[in-house]
Design a protein around this ligand. Structure first.
Ligand SMILES: [Zn+2]
Length: 207
């Protein structure tokens, strides 16, 4: 509980309410991957049964990640909790995105990432002028911006290294805002190339 910072007082439903959004107004839920700390909140209990938490929504995840998460290895079995996604499949609201898909909808594109787990996807939202890149577990905290800093959880660390190089090069050159979802200090950062490699240039939205 402490490692993951699980706080039962803060729920997705409450956060959406604070932003003025009702669960039934959500029409699309785009999963980066099905690890429990990312897919939790997808379902809720109603009359003792697990049902989709967003009754009007289609949920999306990469096919590769769904297949891996449905039968993970002994190494990462603890990261996939089937109650988070099997009920979505049973209700017919989970759509599987195949390997070739890079565009989700106008202005929202997907980057398949396979170092952390198989078939994770980062999400790039761009209006042509500004780009917001949701790193998910490719760069979970701003401390992971320098290339050698890679999580011990990753199934293929050298693949993560290559994937980070590609993303950080584009992020530096095109001034992307990188959302670092697990960071306790900041919501997002901008990065730059230095003599020592990629580094944080600017911290945005301090927590
Ligand atoms: Zn993860």
């Amino acid at each position: 509980r402490n490692i993951y910072g699980i706080d039962p007082e803060t729920t997705l439903e409450k956060s959406l309410k604070a932003a003025g959004v009702k669960p039934e107004e959500i029409t699309k839920v785009l999963h980066t991957h099905l690890h429990f700390d990312h897919a939790g909140g997808s379902v809720k209990k109603e009359d003792g049964k697990l049902v989709p938490a967003f009754p009007s929504a289609k949920y999306f995840v990469r096919k590769k990640n769904f297949e891996w998460g449905s039968s993970p290895s002994d190494r990462d079995r603890g990261s996939y909790i089937k109650q988070n996604f099997v009920p979505l499949m049973e209700h017919g609201v989970l759509e599987l995105i195949d390997d070739a898909t890079m565009e989700f909808m106008d202005g929202i594109s997907l980057y398949e990432i396979n170092g952390h787990t198989f078939g994770q996807q980062a999400i790039k939202i761009s209006d042509g002028a500004q780009t917001l890149f949701f790193c998910a577990d490719l760069i979970p905290m701003h401390a992971h911006v320098p290339l050698p800093y890679i999580m011990g959880y990753d199934l293929q660390p050298l693949v993560t290294l290559q994937e980070k190089k590609e993303v950080l090069a584009k992020a530096s050159d095109e001034d992307w805002t990188l959302v670092v979802q697990h960071d306790p200090e900041v919501v997002a950062v901008k990065v730059e190339r230095t003599d020592k490699g990629f580094r944080v240039k600017e911290k945005l939205f301090q927590l």
